[in-house]
Design a protein around this ligand. Structure first.
Ligand code: SF4
Length: 333
């Protein structure tokens, strides 16, 4: 892993406006007719960086904003606020045409490979299409040759190239998705829960394949997962997300060895262990995760935190460096 920053994310926000209809959204405020949407704050001022060759993971409960963060970083969504830098170039608001060279360098592997593969295309077409579109190869014959090499590299047989996605198992379909991502020689891959839809026996094979490919091609990963044992196994660094924000971030050994934020402790204490010492003493959060439409005032975890104080309800804690390279956002630290 090098020191060169590949991705830098600064103050990233992603908001979605929920409006039932134009007339329903109108209301009178201070004697004026205004349009008042409900706003979902899916990602809330997120900062992180990913170095060349590094695996950075985002973890947290469903709905915490990790997948939306990933989709915004790769520019499937345009950020509402904040900046995304790719090798120092601000790509936050580039248009479709301006984004093309970056689309080639940044690829995504999805949770459900079946949903992300065109069922009407043969595997060969699925893998060759991005190569031809981005001009990675000059002729269809070169594309076919490279497609067969990639299929072999990810553990598929080139004779299967004429089949359709539904003729493969879940694990094989994920291998097709990986081959398609590799087809354009990316430098950065976002893997959004790439193994959570697969049988446990297949998960390890796909994870090992992803790690072998990283070592071979030297690319960086933004890895999205809720399975902490997977994250612990593959990450260099990780960020723990709660309600759209990062509450703790650091080196894998630091975060797993000494979790600091109360929410991280809650998350870790929920991991079932068989015959092993639990990651942390049991600690439970109160109630349910609040709606991103109605953010708690002050600390986002204040409604559920067993350690909250009066200050937590009125003042938002900032992410600060508690020990070298290990950050957390809590007034108690
Ligand atoms: S700031 Fe307060 S409410 Fe938030 S995690 Fe820390 S102790 Fe809990």
């Amino acid at each position: 892993m090098g020191e060169e920053k590949l991705i830098e994310v600064k103050g990233l926000c992603q908001e979605f406006h929920l409006t039932k209809g134009f007339l329903q959204s109108l209301r009178i405020e201070n004697g004026k007719l205004v349009k008042a949407d409900k706003v979902v704050h899916a990602v809330n001022s997120v900062d992180f960086e990913i170095k060349k060759g590094e695996v950075f993971s985002l973890v947290g409960e469903s709905g915490c904003g990790k997948s939306t963060t990933a989709r915004t970083v790769i520019r499937l969504l345009e950020p509402t606020k904040g900046q995304i830098f790719y090798k120092g170039k601000d790509i936050s608001h580039l248009s479709g045409r301006e984004l093309l060279p970056y689309r080639k360098s940044m690829q995504m592997i999805f949770q459900d490979p079946y949903a992300s593969l065109n069922p009407r295309q043969r595997v060969e077409e699925i893998i060759m299409e991005p190569m031809l579109f981005h001009g990675i190869v000059k002729t269809k014959e070169d594309a076919r040759k490279r497609c067969h090499e990639l299929m072999e590299r990810v553990g598929l047989r080139p004779e299967q190239a004429g089949r359709y996605p539904h003729q493969f198992s879940g694990g094989q379909r994920q291998r097709i998705g990986i081959a398609r991502a590799l087809a354009v020689n990316p430098e950065f891959i976002i893997a959004d829960e790439p193994v959570s839809a697969l049988d446990v026996s297949i998960q390890a094979q796909i994870l090992n394949l992803l790690m072998d490919l990283k070592d071979e091609f030297g690319f960086s990963y933004l890895f999205i997962a809720h399975d902490l044992s997977v994250v612990r196994h593959i990450s260099d660094r990780l960020g723990v997300m709660y309600l759209g924000g990062i509450v703790e971030m650091g080196d894998r050994h630091a975060v797993f060895g000494n979790p600091l934020h109360p929410y991280t402790k809650v998350l870790f204490s929920a991991v079932p262990t068989v015959g092993e010492k639990p990651l942390v003493e049991e600690i439970e959060a109160e109630g349910e995760i609040p709606s991103p439409l109605e953010f708690p005032k002050g600390c986002s975890f204040s409604d559920r935190c067993p350690y909250r104080t009066e200050r937590c309800g009125r003042e938002k804690p900032q992410l600060k460096e508690i020990e070298p390279g290990h950050f957390a956002a809590c007034h108690l630290l």
